[in-house]
Write a protein of this length. Structure first.
Length: 362
């Protein structure tokens, strides 16, 4: 319930930051700034009740952004996908994400959001997504929900301590357990499902990424590929998961295949690429996919006019920014999460000894 309430609150705030091509309309009242984004966040975060775990040894994040600071909400937005950098930074600075990052549902604009709820009375969110012009944006927000809900402007010391212990209690469970189960389920699915093998056959095993979105809910299998220097393909199919054994049980419905054409890749001042999806958009049904596979990837049989000799400049850089969080998650996500988790457990152990000591003194 705690995370659900925070998710709704943060999602409503980030909705105006990413996922709209008319960013200037949504960002009225925002000030512009450039420099080290990480240092700026460290300076602003304590003003909203964020307890920093460390300020030492954190990587610089050179960027240009727009921000808005209200009484209990702070938000900023910048062009490009900075989620991987911010995730590593935030995990070390404030603690690991509370639960798994959430992805947009099939049919919505691509996007992912992570919630960092390890601070008492306040939560932090960072999300990355594309607008309807295909441009990538990153949004960041801090909301002091404690001040908003307490009425008097702050949580009491007792409420603050109770909330912190609740968070620590959750974190004593392995925060990476879901990811570890996800990875096992993906390996199992690649072995037993035909769809992953078919995508690899058409585009090459090293050019395909497999993952499961909405893993703990209505799970969707995804096989994503990038080809001809200008196209993205994603095969999606609903699946059932055996969470006890971390295996895919069966397919629950027909597959959908999405092909989108990238017409241009823009680079922000920081060098982050963002794609414009202003070309063709095609959706194949499962029977059309079977026909494509049967005919060795002959796109004419499904009436998709693929241009095979006109790669878009910067396409590989764009593809890498999308697939790197999947391919290097263990190094860039799991490792800092595990380190921060251990630190939080130590902090929690110290906090939990305090009440006992007080009782003994009494």
């Amino acid at each position: 319930m705690l995370r659900l309430a925070l998710s709704i609150l943060i999602a409503s705030l980030l909705a105006g930051l990413v996922g709209c091509s008319r960013g200037d309309d949504n960002h009225r009242g925002y000030d512009s700034k450039s420099g080290d984004l990480g240092a700026f966040i460290l300076r602003m975060a304590p003003q909203y009740g964020v307890c920093l775990l460390t300020t030492n040894g954190l990587p610089a994040i050179p960027a240009k952004w727009r921000f808005k600071a209200d009484s209990n909400e702070f938000s900023l937005v910048l062009a490009g996908d900075y989620l991987p950098q911010l995730h590593t930074f935030l995990t070390r600075a404030v603690g690991p994400a509370l639960g798994s990052p959430t992805t947009n549902s099939p049919g919505e604009l691509p996007g992912i959001t992570a919630y960092y709820g390890t601070n008492s009375g306040v939560t932090i969110s960072c999300g990355s997504g594309k607008d309807d012009d295909g441009k990538q944006h990153t949004g960041f927000a801090i909301v002091n929900y404690g001040a908003a809900s307490a009425g008097s402007g702050a949580l009491s010391a007792a409420q603050d301590s109770q909330l912190f212990r609740k968070i620590v209690s959750e974190l004593e469970k392995n925060p990476l357990k879901e990811y570890e189960c996800h990875d096992k389920a993906v390996e199992h699915a690649v072995d037993i499902l035909t769809f992953p093998k078919e995508v690899e056959t058409l585009f090459g095993a090293t050019n395909v990424d497999h993952f499961i979105s909405n893993f703990s809910g209505a799970a969707i299998w995804n096989s994503a590929a990038y080809f001809a220097g200008r196209y993205t393909l994603e095969l999606r199919v609903p699946i059932a998961i055996d969470y006890e054994h971390c295996r895919v049980k069966n397919v629950l419905g027909p597959a959908e295949i999405w092909i989108d054409e990238v017409t241009k890749v823009d680079f922000s001042r920081s060098g982050a690429p963002g794609a414009r999806l202003e070309g063709g958009h095609w959706r194949l049904k499962e029977n059309e996919w079977r026909s494509l596979v049967k005919n060795g990837g002959n796109w004419s049989v499904v009436n998709v006019p693929i241009i095979s000799n006109a790669p878009v400049k910067g396409f590989d850089a764009y593809a890498n920014t999308v697939r790197d969080p999947i391919r290097y998650r263990k190094e860039n996500y799991d490792k800092p999460v595990r380190e921060a988790w251990e630190l939080l457990r130590k902090l929690g152990a110290k906090t939990n000894t305090t009440p006992g000591a007080e009782k003994q003194n009494r």
